[in-house]
Design a protein around this ligand. Structure first.
Ligand SMILES: [Ca+2]
Length: 492
């Protein structure tokens, strides 16, 4: 099928927690990503692509179904009902050979795939176990390399008379940010620039950001910081030691022991976090390069749409935070790169607003299929070679439910337009409003500013218009489904 004949193949590469601002093509100040930049240069870079619920399992369920969490049934870390329609099922029914490799994190076994090999739950970085329809197997090596090997194996052995749809989902750079030895060495001791908002004092903000426990200075554990437990500790005592959030740390500087506290410790924690996170990203970049080279060598590049994204963004010390969840920019912005030779305009930076419910309709459109009426996104294909068509969305609706939940992050919903953002923490009845044109870092909550009340009212109207249109009737507002994504049955 090489050389532009037939329906295009689709290779969807998704990492976990890879913030757009840790990609060169998106203007990273902290690392270089030559292979992702190569992909960006030969295709379209979406600069305003956002997720609608910034955590792992919900984003994955949304990508598969083209629907928001309240309709696909995965608002938090609960089991995905695999009997519902998914993009993989539609593509398979239309003659695509479908595969899913890597991190799945939806609790139930994948459906709609001719082949699947997935990490159980979060999976691990070193010598990971994988689940397949035939059982469990452990593969020696580093997870990002192995997932790429498995993807290449899928591509090598696929039936050549069908187009393929492959979801290649990396575990990295998810916490606990364990790099392989080579990439760890690349970043060890490197001084990474700090973001401007690392020491944000949260003045003007509501309670949520103060109350959350996803703070670089306060909440990273000894495990996160890769501190070595004392010899002799084992079992639960060792785990307990690793879970401590240290307020002083002994390091060696030029052979001398030195105890870090206060500001010096804060700065050190940021460096340790970013060094490991970015080393994990570097392995992703290398492995994306390997896949692109493989497509070139096998004559598949011309007729394969290659997409790179992440399940959401991530705080890289922005607002003093790590992790995601909040509707703030670093967390909701997804990288989204699309290479489609002959269709996607090389080097185009597309500013029109894209959201993750759009991905499934986009895959279907690439395959020449209509968007099913119950999907809530829109195909992004019309945005691949120029300005958005008239009437394209200029606002989107967001909702995060996991409260009580990890990191004590408060439930909220909100609307983001091309210029403003309104956030409502519904369990606390607190609001925030930002003017993104004047305050792109979201430091000045203008919700109570008398001069802004018309803008606030207009944003509220838009928020509740979208909420109604998307059929969000507060289905999961006060009751979360039971957790169900980390203990997965094998092949049943
Ligand atoms: Ca994630």
């Amino acid at each position: 099928m090489a050389g532009g004949q037939g329906r295009p193949n689709i290779l969807f590469i998704m990492s976990d927690d890879h913030a757009a601002h840790a990609i060169g093509a998106y203007g990273s100040r902290v690392n270089r990503t030559p292979n992702l930049d190569r992909l960006a240069a030969s295709g379209v870079r979406f600069v305003n692509c956002f997720c609608v619920n910034s955590i792992c399992s919900p984003s994955r369920a949304t990508i598969l179904t083209g629907k928001y969490s309240h309709l696909n049934g995965v608002p938090t870390f609960n089991r995905f009902d695999g009997s519902q329609p998914t993009v993989a099922k539609y593509l398979r029914a239309a003659g695509y050979y479908t595969g899913m490799i890597g991190k799945w994190h939806l609790g139930s076994d994948p459906t709609g795939f001719d082949q699947w090999t997935i990490l159980p739950g979060q999976g691990v970085y070193d010598n990971p176990a994988f689940l397949t329809p035939n059982g469990r197997r452990v593969i020696q090596g580093y997870v990002t390399d192995i997932i790429t090997d498995l993807a290449i194996d899928f591509l090598s052995h696929r039936p050549k008379d069908k187009p393929f749809f492959l979801m290649c989902h990396h575990k990295a750079p998810h916490r606990p940010w364990d790099p392989d030895a080579r990439h760890r060495a690349m970043f060890a001791g490197l001084q990474i620039p700090e973001p401007a908002t690392l020491r944000d004092d949260y003045a003007t903000r509501t309670d949520a950001i103060r109350e959350c426990t996803q703070k670089v200075f306060k909440d990273l554990t000894r495990r996160d910081l890769k501190l070595e437990p004392p010899a002799g500790l084992s079992g639960e005592a060792r785990n307990e030691w690793l879970r401590v959030k240290p307020t002083e740390v002994e390091v060696r500087v030029e052979g001398q022991a030195r105890t870090l506290r206060g500001d010096a410790l804060d700065a050190w924690k940021y460096q340790r976090y970013l060094q490991d996170y970015l080393a994990c990203v570097q392995s992703i970049d290398d492995n994306v390069g390997r896949l692109l080279d493989w497509l070139d060598r096998n004559g598949l590049s011309a007729n394969t749409v290659v997409i790179y994204t992440s399940d959401q963004g991530f705080f890289l010390g922005d607002h003093g935070l790590y992790d995601k969840r909040f509707m703030y920019e670093a967390s909701v912005r997804m990288p989204f790169l699309v290479r489609w030779p002959g269709v996607a305009k090389p080097g185009l930076a597309q500013e029109a607003m894209a959201i993750n419910p759009d991905f499934a309709p986009t895959f279907l459109d690439i395959a020449g299929l209509e968007t099913p009426a119950d999907m809530q996104g829109r195909s992004l294909a019309p945005l691949l070679n120029g300005p958005a068509p008239a009437g394209w969305r200029t606002s989107y609706y967001y909702r995060y439910y996991h409260d009580p939940g990890d990191h004590n992050t408060r439930a909220h919903y909100g609307v983001r337009t091309m210029t403003h953002k309104l956030i409502y923490f519904w369990k606390k009845h607190q609001w925030e409003m930002y003017d993104l044109t004047k305050d792109p870092d979201e430091l000045h909550n203008l919700y109570l500013d008398p001069a802004q009340q018309e803008t606030v009212a207009a944003l509220k109207r838009e928020l509740y218009r979208l909420k109604r249109e998307l059929k969000d009737d507060d289905q999961y507002a006060y009751e979360q489904p039971p957790p169900g994504v980390d203990a997965q049955a094998t092949g049943k």
